[in-house]
Design a protein around this ligand. Sequence first.
Ligand SMILES: [Fe+2]
Length: 400
Amino acid sequence: MIRGEMEMFYNAKGMAFFMGAYFCALLYSGANLAFFGRGEWKIVVLALWLLSGLSLPLGIFQKRYSPQLRRVGGVALAFVLHLSAAFLFLNAWTLLASRTTLDAPSPRAAAISLNAMLLWIAYGVARAQRIVARAIHVDLLSPAPRPPVVLLAVADIHAGGVVEERYLKRLQKRVAQCRPDVLLLLGDITDGDVSRAVGAGLGEVLASFSAPLGKYAVLGNHDIYAGEKASLRLLRDAGFETLQDEARVVDDAFVLVGRNDPRGRHFGLPRAPLRSILDGLDGPATKLPVVVADHTPQNLEEAESVGVALQLSGHTHGGQVFPFNLMMRWIYGLSSGSQRRGNTTVCVSSGAGLWTMPLRTVTDSEIVLCTLSFKPRNPRSKACDRRVSPNPGGSCPQNW
Ligand SMILES: [Fe+2]
């Protein structure tokens, strides 16, 4: 078994739980298919169901890595999830009909529901092909006025999983259009195996990113599963400064803190309290606003309590597809977008890449373009959040 895939679920028990849940959904949807299925569409959906039963395990446990097989497995996972959701809906309808005067779902209604589900998945595959730039504007309290800094945050590329060379080239073009002053990678640049990410051209793409005030990165959980040392080497070879519970002063404008991911503790990478990292600063740096890069958006109270101006996170992917969007919102509260917490702005990116499934039905793949303005007198800072549609002809706007 591939090390990354196993460690992504921590251990064999976690993998067994994931596969067990998948096969339960497969059996549930298969039994319902036999009950509700009628006519020709039943044969089509049954064939897809059988293909799904095989392709996810093959995609995950393949010995010689094939991104195509991995993508088919990812679509299969989404297919089974959506098929199960469609049958849950039909079963709830049937139950309601048995207790009220409502008509039970007809075979035609079942066929329409399942066709709508297939169209929804196809929409998700198409939507996942584009990468949008989301713009946020944050005012930071500063000891002195100075021109704004444009920081581009890129989270969750997940190269080496279902993200391959063509997708990375698209990301490369999108980043180049934005012309940031500072580039910040928010972790999970790889997925399961650093050598696969390198084979997809991630090293060249990262090296081509340019930012005059610096390129910085933190590790995400998948980078640690794939191998901390190899991930750090890949980033450093591409010209990134990696921050592991460390702080840097960027252009005398703000302090950038990069934190270790909480899951690192399972792999010998402890996480220092934010206060202790900031206590290591001295001189004029102590007066500068603080921007934190923290892969996983949990324990947000900590950033708020020490007066962080802006925290940037990723990890959630905004859920990518139903029902993961609900799960992410339940686990993290804020699963994508921006939020004010006291004097702290928290921005969670839904990620530039794709995890396991090559589709997105509930969020876009995105990079986050933050314009940081420095206000010496204004006692409050504000954040606005709006989505910028892809701009194929020109560059990303830099002043909002
Ligand atoms: Fe992550």
